[in-house]
Design a protein around this ligand. Sequence first.
Ligand code: GDG
Length: 482
Amino acid sequence: MSSTDGAEAGPASGPAPGHHDFVVVASRLPVDRVEEPDGAVSWRPSPGGLVTALEPVMRASGGVWIGWSGDAGPAPGPFEANGLDLVGVGLSADQVRDYYEGFCNATLWPLYHDVISPPEFHRRWWDAYVAVNRSFAAAAAAEAAPGATVWVHDYQLQLVPRMLRDQRADVRIGFFNHIPFPGYEIFAQLPWRRQVVQGLLGADLIGFQSRADATNFLRASRRAAGLQTKGHIIRVHEADGPREVLAAAFPISIDSAALEEIARREEVRKRAADIRLALGQPNALLLGIDRLDYTKGILHRLNAYGELLNEGRLGPQVILVQVASPSRERVEAYRALRDEVEQIVSRINGQHAEVGSPPVHYLHQSFPREEMAALYLAADVMLVTPLRDGMNLVAKEYVACRYEEDGALVLSEFTGAADELTSAFLVNPHDIEGLKDAIVRATTISPAEARRRMRSMRRQVREHDVAYWAASFLDALKQVPG
Ligand code: GDG
């Protein structure tokens, strides 16, 4: 990402630590540290699902965001960047290796995404996970005002709710899981399954992306922790008596209006036209935008596209632009995936390119939001084909940008987004023939059918935006009996 609208680090201008009524605890701060050649430090917004989702909510409600900066070493003191009050949690180099790259990215991530890649279980990694969760819980306990609302995010911090409650029984704790919660047969592989369930149950409200995820967690509470559930309520036993925890679905979304506003800008529309021009005015432009992650189904998508070219089913000049933003490059499975993706891209281009016009344009880069919006605008067909994805914001972003009610979305049924965007071309990405058929249908869709499908998806994304998501979660949190 090349935009640098970050602010200099400086003392927080908000309330003094320990006096925040609203505390967000997430594994990462919503900014990256940038050191200028003259040694000055600035912070620029960092891309990613959670940041994209929470930034507008934080701005609207004030409060403090606790997270890790992304670099090994001591935490930066409390600071303000980009108008947000931030508190850093420091991770040592060993913790980055064992907690972040290890337990988070090589144990929990693959386990929770249906073991697409085999999870590794190491006791040293678990110990690091416990220690780092303890640091985050301590920071939250220090920042929260009496009776504050604390919103903990995602699979990296599942033990924080319990640890925080043990120190601060007065605060109200919400937890939101951004990734899927797996079926019990898969979750049960985790040697520390009971501790994880009990860690989460320190919260008053546990939010999931879909009803299926919430149901899986309710079952895990019964099976791994031996607790009773009734509907969406889990009965937890505390030293001072029973307590009720609610587990339910709160599908996350995007700031739809803000993104549409970007897409409507003259310069963004011009950039979209220039992109098509640079690609040789293709008959159809297919687009994929993902973090380079094995859950996103990039290989299945490339294989389907390659076969369609081999079979001559797409007609001339149907181009694929694949943005694969760099991700978790120190984790072995991600390095291997990158090699495999790049091999397939080369094979397709080697076989089908004419001089000056390759069919696949592969961009292993990150782009500013305006460029993303221009890409969404330029694309006739958006390909979102994860093998498993909690929600997938890219699908919603494409829909938000298509204000002329054209374009088509091919969407995996294994995303949370598929529960809402039912007018997309829904596919099982493992079924390569079905995926190919859907790509052909989306590419040859009539303007009337495209409008009908896009209009209904746009209504969904407009009415259920990120503000709606945050408000429904926080309202429900207020109502759970504390
Ligand atoms: C997790 C869950 C869930 C990507 N490349 C660039 C860029 N992005 C932005 C996209 C989108 C976000 O990153 C990716 O969000 P996704 O939802 O697609 O996926 P994850 O990163 O895996 O997010 C996911 C999400 O959390 C929220 O709960 O939906 O299921 O896995 O917003 O636009 N943004 C910019 N440049 C890039 O190059 N500016």
